[in-house]
Design a protein around this ligand. Structure first.
Ligand code: GAF
Length: 400
């Protein structure tokens, strides 16, 4: 039988999924004796719209083909066992689990369990194997992927029938209330809703979204990892949230019926500048201008206007660096070094900031040239060889 291109692609995807599932089941059986069900959830990139999600604004993320996979079997009795293959660590607990030290992988699972409990669903004992190929600390949302995949798995195995939006809220609540990072909804939303070959244009207030085909022609998405995560990142993240809230409060006092910074345009902000302290003004300026850039970027992408794509990405970086102050020397160095190289159609820091990756749109045949030029100078300057990944888009959380 001659297959057309689409059915060949879906056949290959099915085979890949089956291969992953078999491998996970085998790994599970090397630790446990029951038969598991397997699930996966992807990491994410964000094309544009940074630090806008918790301001009721717009973002444009996509799921990637790197994912967090779990194999899980519920039990009727005994303690729960969890194995994190990537850390060669395991954990056993009975009854209500005890929160571990900050950053411990078990907390992401416990956080989701607690969110189910707050919806009157008690999680029975289980055996769980976790295996992820999402690099940790690169800003690709490995923790949101773990929370999302666990939420999707509990939902299915316990027949809870929560919608995908509710599962997104559960995963976010786990991060906000249990883990303690006051993040927005973008990362979990992307991990649960993404679709191969597409990005998503998401309104983080109404949660309306649409899939946007990612047709890049001879270009691809190159992520360059600074291999740095500065300590400041969590505290600065929570500080920025407070500063944005102060800007909203000030607008309210000035008489504007506003709910989020997204309800203000740049002209109104500039008209009110005299009432703001310069730091709060700059924070608001980033958020307001970034929301406008998300729409301008989406239009440019749809039209294939690569010059506008590039200028919006570069403007986003400049704004995150100067007005929002969440970039760092390593990110700025990479952006400054690659921005005018041949075949580069825009680049900027991605995610929370203070390290992680630069996202760039680059012509395929220029990737080696860019990395060969960058790596030695970056190493000379910072003593680290930068890593890079070609980001391919992937589907949202599902059973394997
Ligand atoms: C991190 C957060 F988790 C997201 O919610 C988002 O705010 C992002 O930083 C910045 O856009 O990834």
């Amino acid at each position: 039988m001659i297959m057309n291109r689409l059915s060949t692609i879906s056949y290959i995807r099915d085979m890949e999924k089956r291969g992953k599932k078999l491998e996970l089941e085998n790994r599970f059986l090397s630790h446990f004796s029951s038969t598991p069900t397997c699930f996966q959830a992807p990491g994410r990139i964000n094309l544009i719209g940074e630090h806008t999600d918790y301001n009721g604004g717009f973002v444009m993320p996509a799921g990637i083909d790197l994912s967090c996979c779990i194999a899980i079997a519920l039990k009727t009795e005994g303690p729960s066992h969890m194995v994190a293959e990537d850390f060669s660590e395991s954990f056993e607990f009975s009854g209500k689990p005890q929160k571990q030290k900050n950053g411990h992988w078990a907390n992401y699972v416990f956080g989701v369990m607690e969110c189910f409990a707050s919806r009157s669903i008690q999680i029975p004992p289980f055996d769980l194997l976790i295996q992820s190929d999402i690099p940790i600390g690169a800003g690709l949302s490995s923790s949101a992927a773990l929370e999302s995949v666990v939420a999707v798995a509990f939902n299915q195995l316990l027949h809870c029938d929560f919608s995908s939006m509710e599962l997104t809220r559960i995963a976010k609540q786990a991060e906000n209330e249990y883990v303690g990072l006051q993040c927005g909804i973008m990362d979990m939303f992307a991990s649960i809703h993404s679709k191969q070959d597409h990005a998503m244009l998401l309104d983080c207030r109404s949660l309306d979204f649409k899939y946007v085909p990612l047709e890049l022609g001879n270009k691809l998405i190159l992520l360059i990892d600074t291999c740095i995560k500065h300590e400041l990142s969590t505290s600065a993240y929570n500080d920025r949230r407070k500063e944005c809230q102060q800007a909203v409060e000030l607008f309210k006092k000035l008489g504007g019926p506003i709910q989020d910074l997204r309800d203000v345009n740049l002209e109104t902000l500039i008209d009110s500048q005299a009432h703001f302290n310069p730091v709060i003004f700059a924070r608001a300026k980033h958020v307001i201008s970034e929301n406008a850039r998300v729409h301008a970027f989406a239009d440019a992408l749809a039209k294939g206007d690569w010059t506008a794509v590039k200028s919006n990405l570069l403007a986003s970086h400049e704004s995150l660096k100067t007005d929002y102050e969440v970039s760092c020397e390593e990110l700025d160095f990479i952006v400054d070094f690659i921005r005018d190289l041949p075949g580069v159609w825009g680049c900027r820091m991605m995610g929370g900031g203070f390290g992680g990756c630069v996202i760039s749109i680059v012509e395929e045949d220029q990737v080696d040239g860019i990395m060969n030029a960058l790596a030695p100078v970056y190493q000379k300057r910072f003593g680290i060889i930068p890593k890079h990944y070609i980001a391919k888009t992937g589907d949202g959380a599902c059973e394997l």
